[in-house]
Design a binder for this molecule. Structure first.
Ligand SMILES: C[S@@+](CC[C@H](N)C(=O)[O-])C[C@H]1O[C@@H](n2cnc3c(N)ncnc32)[C@H](O)[C@@H]1O
Length: 203
């Protein structure tokens, strides 16, 4: 799908999804109020530009760690011929919102897409990304500006289960490990400001 069309479809899908309000309510309800759950969302053009730096290929698998209402996951499905896209989110209310968008995507958008997009597997999983199997990911995104040092240390270790040659786009943080080769740094506009997004390749 061309970028302009993907952006238009995306805007329609998300026009009534108040991610920040849901995140605030969910943090109160669950008590998970630490900085790691500070909310923020990608914006379509800037996110797709950054993801291009990871050189996604047809049939590959995409993961978004901390997927919120699913914006990055849905954009990855719309803009690239991934065979499977997976969002993992700690706050269940955000996961519910993402699954609500997916229901509308399946009914209104998927049937209009080219075959390689119609057949994509799209999933939103509730839970801690540190507890999930990341070994099938070819391209992984983490918008982790607010992750603390302990989360980053655990995540860096966790990412070593990824395949050699897989790519990681880490927004707002850097990976301090010889297991990951630095590829590029990009400036990424988000809905809350600007983040630096670092692209790595698993050695
Ligand atoms: C900055 S938001 C990014 C949302 C989405 N990826 C985007 O870029 O539009 C970070 C998200 O990560 C979630 N999160 C934080 N720690 C997590 C963990 N350990 N496991 C799963 N999700 C987590 C937060 O609840 C929040 O929704």
């Amino acid at each position: 799908m061309d970028l302009a069309h993907a952006q238009e479809v995306f805007k329609r899908l998300y026009q009534d999804v108040p991610g920040y309000d849901i995140a605030r309510t969910e943090k109160e309800r669950t008590g998970l109020k630490e900085a790691g759950t500070t909310y923020g969302e990608v914006v379509p053009g800037a996110f797709i530009e950054v993801l291009l730096e990871a050189e996604p290929k047809a049939g590959e698998v995409f993961f978004d760690l901390g997927s919120g209402t699913g914006k990055a996951t849905i954009l990855a499905a719309l803009a690239f011929p991934f065979s499977r896209v997976v969002g993992i989110e700690l706050l269940p209310g955000l996961g519910d919102a993402a699954r609500g968008v997916l229901t509308r995507y399946d009914a209104e958008v998927r049937p209009t897409l080219p075959p390689e997009h119609q057949g994509q597997r799209i999933e939103f999983i509730d839970g801690d990304f540190l507890q999930q199997d990341l070994s099938t990911a070819d391209v992984l995104f983490a918008h982790g500006t607010c992750y603390g040092p302990e989360t980053m240390a655990a995540l860096t270790q966790k990412l070593t289960e990824m395949k050699p040659g897989s790519r990681i786009v880490m927004a707002g943080q850097t990976l301090q490990s010889p297991d990951f080769a630095f590829v590029k740094m990009k400036v990424m506009r988000t809905d809350w400001g600007t983040a630096l997004a670092a692209v790595y390749r698993r050695r």
